[in-house]
Unconditional design. Structure first.
Length: 254
């Protein structure tokens, strides 16, 4: 028996005359295989790759459960705990499943301690450096081609905080990122934008505000809203940091 015939014998079993049809040139299908193109049940197979998210810490698990159960969630915690990523991932999940009709992402256009000067271009070009983290998280869940298409048709909207006044966000998943750079008045305005059939997630780290300590409104707002039963306030800790282990060590001493 040749080497090729031996491999075929091990792969398909012994050849028998009953395994062939009238035309001797047609080889039989492997009968022990779990999949066959002739099996109608194959229509239920999952043929696409779906990137799912999974909590990597108790705090992240609490945040995911809170988003599923409440319409308004405040997620406070240090850098690297996945606040923004989880919020946007749940927003994309809600949009893809049809639970909401659009995603609205907002972030204050506050510079991190230094002025980058005049930015040329249209409004989108001027805001791009501030909103880059939101684009990064979106492109990780969806392809950039899909993100651009959804933005063109209005299913995904990215806007600065200053453009949110006077709006009512119905049937939407709203993510307010870097909320520690919002004042108390700004946060009050943003929280009251919540409309029917909508979910809002507010993320931020009160210890990394680029505003003066007395101007940042995230801490006071979170303390007051903890007493409201229908609102979830999730406080992530250093143990929930999923970036490089040095990040948690640095934040413990800085």
């Amino acid at each position: 028996m040749t080497k090729r015939a031996t491999k075929r014998h091990l792969r398909e079993g012994p050849m028998e005359a009953g395994n062939f049809q009238d035309d001797g040139k047609i080889r039989r299908l492997p009968v022990e295989r779990g999949w066959s193109p002739l099996n109608p049940s194959n229509d239920d197979r999952e043929q696409g790759y779906l990137k799912t998210i999974k909590a990597k810490s108790p705090g992240q698990e609490e945040m995911i459960a809170a988003i599923d159960a409440k319409n308004l969630v405040l997620a406070l915690g240090p850098a690297g705990t996945g606040k923004t990523y989880l919020a946007i991932a749940k927003a994309v999940e809600a949009l893809e499943s049809g639970r909401v009709g659009r995603i609205v992402l907002s972030r204050p256009a506050v510079e991190a301690g230094e002025s980058i000067g005049f930015l040329p271009g249209e409004m989108e070009d001027k805001l791009a450096p501030y909103l880059r983290p939101l684009y990064d998280a979106l492109s990780d869940r969806l392809s950039m081609k899909r993100v651009r298409a959804l933005m063109a048709e209005g299913a995904i909207e990215i806007a600065p905080v200053g453009f949110m006044r006077g709006r009512t966000l119905n049937n939407a998943f709203v993510v307010i990122d870097e909320a520690q750079n919002c004042t108390y008045v700004q946060l009050k305005m943003l929280l009251t934008r919540l409309g029917w059939h909508s979910t809002m997630v507010v993320t931020g780290d009160p210890n990394q505000s680029d505003l003066l300590p007395e101007l940042s409104g995230l801490g006071p707002v979170a303390e007051k809203l903890e007493a409201v039963g229908n609102i979830a306030v999730v406080r992530l800790k250093d143990r929930d940091i999923v970036r490089h282990p040095l990040v948690a060590e640095m934040l413990g001493v800085l």
